[in-house]
Design a binder for this molecule. Structure first.
Ligand SMILES: [Zn+2]
Length: 257
């Protein structure tokens, strides 16, 4: 059995108590992909890990890796950013939790730096977003979840109609097929659209990584209905998880609206 120390950038996705004194961590690492690690003694009062082994923390992990084993041992963890402040704002916290949950459930069992970076970027953008008043719009913060979904290979393709290859016309809705991620123009779906023109333009915006639109102060715009994008995202994610599985944080987000 190959045994060795590996240093890697890592983000804590989830942590839970294992015994009186130890914790088990689910990590997304830049160099090894997702992994599980035991932090022995992490719950002791004067633990060398301090209190940083909480979700959203990013840093340098030194792992004692045993090849062929599913669980490694955390030797040390130097945090670069803890993001503990995310716990303060409810929406930023829930969206950040959705990012971590998605990576935990769907990350391929291999090195994937694009996914690591997308997760880190999303968490970093959400840190302090509440204080900066950036999460007031309906659909706020969801661009980060769509970004992670896209890196995982599940992002919908809204560039052209998936049936006739034609361009979408402004002011028309589309039909989005959740399973395939393909959108069809009203002609191809016999007018049975499920995304209004406003919802379609907002989704296009979120998928390109732009923040959600702020509602017009006079309420004259055709705004996507509150909660619509959360429900769409949750339904989309459900179709890309194993049968019967849900992302609890996303489902919770839909219940807030
Ligand atoms: Zn078409």
């Amino acid at each position: 059995m190959q045994v060795g120390l590996t240093r890697t950038r890592a983000i804590v996705l989830h942590s839970y108590r294992y015994s009186e004194t130890s914790k088990i961590l689910k990590l997304m690492t830049a160099e090894m992909g997702p992994c599980t690690a035991m932090a022995k003694g992490a719950l002791r009062p004067r633990s060398r890990f301090g209190s940083v082994l909480e979700p959203f923390t990013e840093g340098e992990a030194l792992l004692f890796v045993k090849e062929g084993r599913e669980m490694h041992t955390l030797s040390s963890f130097e945090p670069n950013v803890t993001r503990l402040g995310l716990a303060r704002g409810s929406r930023s916290f829930v969206v950040a939790a959705a990012l971590c949950e998605l990576v935990m459930r769907r990350a391929p069992e291999q090195r994937d730096e694009h996914l690591f970076d997308a997760l880190g970027r999303g968490l970093e953008a959400l840190r302090g977003a509440e204080e900066r008043d950036e999460l007031k719009s309906p659909a706020a913060g969801l661009e980060h979840v769509w970004s992670v979904l896209s890196v995982l290979g599940f992002g919908p393709d809204l560039r052209v109609c998936g049936s006739c290859g034609g361009s979408f016309r402004a002011g028309e809705g589309v039909r989005l097929d959740l399973a395939s991620g393909r959108a069809s123009c009203p002609t191809c779906c016999s007018g049975r659209t499920n995304l209004s023109p406003a919802a379609f333009s907002e989704l296009t915006r979120l998928l390109s990584g732009l923040p959600a639109r702020t509602p017009a102060a006079d309420g004259t715009h055709d705004e996507p209905k509150s909660g619509q994008h959360e429900r769409l995202l949750a339904a989309f994610a459900r179709r890309h998880l194993p049968e019967g599985e849900r992302l609890n944080s996303l489902e919770f987000l839909t219940s807030l609206n």
